[in-house]
Design a protein around this ligand. Structure first.
Ligand SMILES: Nc1ncnc2c1ncn2[C@@H]1O[C@H](COP(=O)(O)OP(=O)(O)OP(=O)(O)O)[C@@H](O)[C@H]1O
Ligand SMILES: [Mg+2]
Length: 223
């Protein structure tokens, strides 16, 4: 049965969509078929061509149920559900159906306050530091904030996703190719972290979305 990862959290702009696409792209590069599932009604689906994963449009409840059921029925697939900010009820529902729940947060006081609330509300969820500073002194400040304010949750804080401006390419409607190496590496690392938590072995060979594999993909709407 396929695994479902939900990337959620109450705060807007934390990096939910970017992380969802990074995990999908990384999964594809590591040989795993995946679908990035859009649930945010304020956004439109991205163009799948050139990506190492498929895109599903599940912006209404019926579509979401159908896509989840389809993904669940497939072996060797992974569904990454991209949540939306300020949707506590939706987050609760996504939490209930997920095998792994990720809560991206930045190093701002507001993000940290909000991720504490979400960690309390979703006891199986992991917090993912995102857009994490790369200069040593800024990183030290961010790590100190995490140590001071999130010590009660230290076992549920994953490795940071560094700030990498080129990640915004993944959210362009049409993915510009080729993908720069630092972005591909960051995507693989994000996917590896999710694979470890789900105990998914890494096969390394990139999957092909041939016509035969597309025939068994989770929804005709994104094949
Ligand atoms: N690792 C990163 N490095 C640099 N910039 C990033 C990174 N992750 C996200 N960003 C940037 O942060 C901004 C918000 O990211 P994103 O849209 O993924 O957040 P979101 O949580 O999905 O937002 P929303 O709540 O509106 O859905 C975007 O401009 C994105 O390019
Ligand atoms: Mg988003």
């Amino acid at each position: 049965m396929a695994d479902i990862i939900c990337v959620i959290g109450n705060k807007g702009g934390t990096g939910k969509t970017t992380l969802s696409h990074m995990i999908c792209q990384g999964a594809g590069l590591l040989g795993h078929r995946s679908v990035c599932v859009l649930t945010d009604t304020c956004r439109t689906p991205l163009e799948p061509s050139g990506r190492h994963y498929l895109i599903a449009d599940a912006r209404n409840r019926d579509a979401l149920t159908k896509v989840i059921n389809k993904i669940r029925s497939l072996s060797g697939w992974m569904g990454i559900i991209d949540g939306g900010g300020n949707r506590t009820e939706m987050d609760r529902q996504l939490y209930g159906m997920a095998d792994l729940v990720l809560l991206p947060f930045r190093d701002s006081p507001e993000d940290i306050r909000t991720v504490i609330r979400d960690l309390e509300m979703f006891p199986r969820a992991y917090a993912v530091p995102t857009q994490w500073p790369i200069t040593p002194w800024q990183r030290e400040v961010a790590e100190t904030a995490v140590r001071d304010q999130l010590s009660a949750y230290q076992d549920r804080i994953l490795m940071p996703i560094s700030a990498l401006p080129v990640t915004k390419r993944l959210l362009q409607h049409q993915l510009p190719l080729p993908i720069p190496h630092p972005l591909a590496d960051a995507c693989r690392n994000a996917a590896r972290q999710a694979f470890d938590l789900l105990h998914i072995p890494i096969t390394v060979q990139a999957p092909s979305y041939s016509s035969s594999s597309r025939n068994e993909c989770p929804s005709a709407s994104f094949c």
